[in-house]
Design a protein. Structure first.
Length: 326
């Protein structure tokens, strides 16, 4: 049995509103295996980005991690001091933000930012650092590395900036990369190029990846396994093939059917999931999806279903879909 590189157990994040604790993540559990791409998918408000930020201890107050364990290669990250976590971020864990300007310093050149990251985590300096920075500028597909090295973020296009963010995330040879909606802020024409670059670099580095996205098309192209989140809880975890061909959770099936797909006659058809994701503090009793679920019964409204493991899948549902009806 493969030992996970990253193991997250019962991760809980809360918000303190005037002394009242509201749960944003409710005992989220999953793992990422060595060399694997795990997709984290769900609608807006599902808790995807909060999960990524909680792992690297970058939650913005009033969000606070209040429970659970986070283990990377046998080390408990949730027990590390803030100083120790700073050495993990950018080193053992690389992070690709949704908006490249979020992770690029506007007043420091691209080359200096790469060199600073390399020096901090690989403990090399001088000309070796610059050569490695230039190598990464070239590896992410930017022309004239020497010219790009001297430029500042505002002098690059959105797609070019995101390529530099990818270089920053990978240049210290991390064991794990967390990519939070890495193409959402980019033009559609650029998105495919960035995804291809990420695929190529993943194959070369064999780093594990957590790919956070709302786009099931991206999941289908990039991921090995998928964790589906709903209202801060895990709905389902499965291989990509099983997820698309035989989803267990009604919410997963709803997501798939709500994804635009061309039919045999060339028309694009999609279904909609009735209702909306509950907001923070408004999650209903029992299964959070029960008000929107066509299979909901009394037990779904009375208790939270446990995460049940079945072969290569896990799901939180009292009445899972059967293969022939999925």
């Amino acid at each position: 049995m493969t030992t996970p590189l990253l193991d997250v157990r019962d991760l809980t994040v809360t918000i303190n509103r005037d002394g009242h604790l509201i749960t944003a993540l409710d005992k989220v559990s999953f793992s990422v295996n060595p060399g694997e791409v795990l997709g984290i998918v769900g609608e807006s408000g599902a808790g995807k980005s909060i999960t990524g930020a909680a792992i690297i201890d970058l939650l913005v107050p009033p969000l606070k991690r209040t429970g659970g364990t986070i283990t990377l290669a046998g080390e408990r990250l949730d027990r590390l001091s803030p100083k120790a976590m700073r050495s993990v971020r950018g080193g053992r864990i690389g992070f690709i933000f949704q908006d490249p300007m979020t992770s690029l310093n506007p007043v420091i050149s691209i080359g200096r930012q790469l060199c600073d990251t390399i020096e901090a985590h690989l403990k090399i300096g001088g000309e070796k650092t610059k050569r490695k920075a230039l190598e990464w500028i070239e590896r992410v597909g930017l022309p004239n590395p020497e010219v790009q090295f001297r430029r500042y973020p505002h002098q690059l296009s959105g797609g070019m900036r995101q390529r530099i963010v990818i270089a920053l995330a990978l240049c210290a040879n991390p064991a794990l990369v967390i990519a939070d909606e890495p193409t959402t802020a980019l033009d559609v024409s650029v998105q495919a190029h960035i995804l291809q670059l990420m695929r190529d670099l993943h194959r070369e580095s064999r780093a594990s990846m957590m790919l956070i996205t709302h786009d099931l098309g991206v999941i289908a192209k990039m991921a090995d396994r998928v964790a589906v989140l709903y209202a801060g809880r895990v709905a389902e975890i499965s291989t990509v093939g099983e997820l698309f061909n035989a989803p267990k959770h009604p919410y997963t099936r709803g997501l798939i059917r709500a994804t635009p797909m061309p039919s045999a006659d060339g028309e694009v058809r999609l279904d909609q999931i009735p209702g909306a994701m509950p907001g923070l503090g408004a999650v209903p009793p029992g299964c959070a999806f029960n008000p929107r679920c066509f299979k909901a019964e009394g037990d779904c409204r009375a208790a939270i279903p446990p995460l049940t493991t079945e072969e290569s899948a896990a799901f939180s549902c009292f009445h899972p879909l059967e293969r022939e009806t999925a």
